[in-house]
Design a protein around this ligand. Structure first.
Ligand SMILES: [Zn+2]
Length: 466
């Protein structure tokens, strides 16, 4: 049974959907005004793990992720560059999709763009006006938070403590803090030089919060099974989404709210001024392997802060290399030994450990531990050539299942690997010709490249030094 921590109830709850029904997941997507940083990517990798594990459990997922291509930040960015909003946002949207692919994040069901759903947002704003949950001022429309008694439940914000109580003042900005609980803009009157759309209240554009309420309703219906987003979206964004959606439909907006924690870099909050601000491209330029970055982003439980350091990224690189070497060795094994029942038992235990960790609120570090301990146990049998084809098949079967969730276990051999294997082939020919001086020379050359050779009954294997 899968248990997920629900921010709304502040506890882990069993997660179920009626048989045959897809899991309806809404994940707040990127605001396409800049490259995603590794903190954003941690959230996107979390969304991927969630959907992958639900599918592992045999469920169907309908995951919708919006692309925010109109808001305060995208408009400011386009204006600063003097290009159209569309030209500006499509560029960063393209980079976003490239990042997802590089990190092997499986595509969501739908990625609706905000600007392609303005009529649905206008209709929702009209519903809020009709039901008395919103009011118009000078061409803008504001949500009346005093009209929604459950306001503040998700974030634990005590609305009665706020000054003004019955009549809140208004806020136009999309982002603000908890000390600034205000009636927020769901439709913003057009300003000079900003893109705008016609509406019953004159030219304007949607507020950021209304976008997610309208899109989730459009694609997934009134009630979601799971809503995800980084922890800093709890207030005001998700609080406002609940208010808009429930005020409009009269139904529960979302059953389970999941919020991955922040990422810090070298023990500090990531910021451009500290020089510890990284995009995926920054790390790739430094020569890091994309899957090592994915592995690193998954080293802490999603509700714990992750300290992303260059040292830990190097450790992830080594861990991944050990894993890949193991996979290669397994697949190169002649599997000519005896059948080992203990390997079959170890594989069963690996499944049980992997699933019980994942069932416990997606404990990825625990699940990864199950993969690495199986690797440790089977390695010895591989070196001794002491396993048969059935054993190899069972271990591979588990690795494939685990990889359907983790996503970094499979790899293609790079050019470097081909060079190494050519040298190993040459050394084997030298040994067959009894040219031991040449064989030793090649062994030393490989050692200098950080490659250790192991001559076993089943042939020569190689691995990288740690
Ligand atoms: Zn959102």
């Amino acid at each position: 049974m899968l248990y997920l921590y629900n921010t709304l109830t502040r506890q882990k709850e069993p997660f179920e959907v009626p048989a045959g029904q897809p899991v309806r997941i809404y994940s707040c997507g990127p605001t396409v005004y800049d490259f995603a940083h590794i903190g954003n990517l941690r959230t996107f990798v979390f969304n991927d793990i969630l959907a992958r594990y639900l599918r592992y459990k045999g469920l169907q997922t309908h995951q919708v992720m919006n692309v925010t291509d109109v808001d305060d930040k995208t408009i400011a960015g386009a204006q600063a560059e003097g290009v159209s909003l569309q030209d500006y946002t499509r560029r960063y949207e393209q980079y976003f999709f490239e990042d997802l692919e590089t990190l092997r994040i499986e595509p969501a069901w739908e990625y609706p763009r905000a600007t392609e759903h303005i009529p649905e947002m206008i209709a929702l704003v009209q519903t809020l006006l009709d039901k008395g949950h919103a009011y118009e001022r000078e061409g803008s429309v504001y949500f009346d938070i005093a009209s929604f008694s459950k306001y503040g439940r998700l974030s634990g914000t005590d609305v009665t403590q706020q000054p003004g109580d019955a009549a809140f003042s208004r806020i136009d900005a999309d982002e603000y803090d908890r000390e600034t609980v205000r009636d927020f803009g769901v439709w913003k009157a057009s300003k000079e030089g900003e893109p705008s759309w016609d509406s019953p209240w004159g030219a304007g554009r949607p507020g950021w919060h209304i976008e997610c309420s309208a899109l989730s309703m459009e694609y997934l219906g009134a009630t979601l099974d799971i809503h995800t987003g980084a922890v800093d979206l709890i207030f005001p964004h998700h609080e406002n989404e609940i208010a808009q959606s429930e005020a409009a439909t009269g139904q529960t907006f979302c059953r389970v709210w999941m919020h991955p924690a922040h990422l810090i870099v070298e023990g500090q909050k990531m910021s451009k001024s500290l020089g510890n601000f990284y995009t995926l491209r920054d790390l790739l330029e430094q020569g890091f392997e994309p899957m090592a970055i994915r592995h690193q982003l998954l080293t802490a439980h999603y509700r714990h802060q992750l300290d992303f350091t260059m040292q830990s990224l190097r450790e992830s690189t080594q861990a991944l290399q050990r894993l890949w070497d193991f996979v290669d060795r397994l697949n190169a094994s002649p599997a000519a030994g005896a059948h080992n029942q203990w390997i079959a038992d170890a594989v069963d235990k690996a499944y049980a450990d992997f699933e019980s960790a994942m069932d416990n609120d997606l404990n990825v570090p625990g699940a990864t531990g199950a993969v690495f301990s199986l690797m440790g146990e089977v390695n010895a049998a591989l070196v001794d050539g002491d396993l048969d084809a059935q054993n190899v098949g069972e271990v591979n079967g588990f690795l494939e299942r685990a990889d359907s969730v983790l996503g970094y276990l499979s790899h293609e051999k790079g050019a470097l690997d081909a060079d190494i294997e050519a040298l190993i082939g040459e050394r084997e020919r030298a040994r067959a010709d009894r040219d031991f001086a040449r064989a030793d020379e090649i062994r030393d050359q490989l050692m200098a490249m950080g490659i250790i050779l192991e001559d076993t009954a089943a042939g020569t294997h190689w691995r990288r030094t740690d």
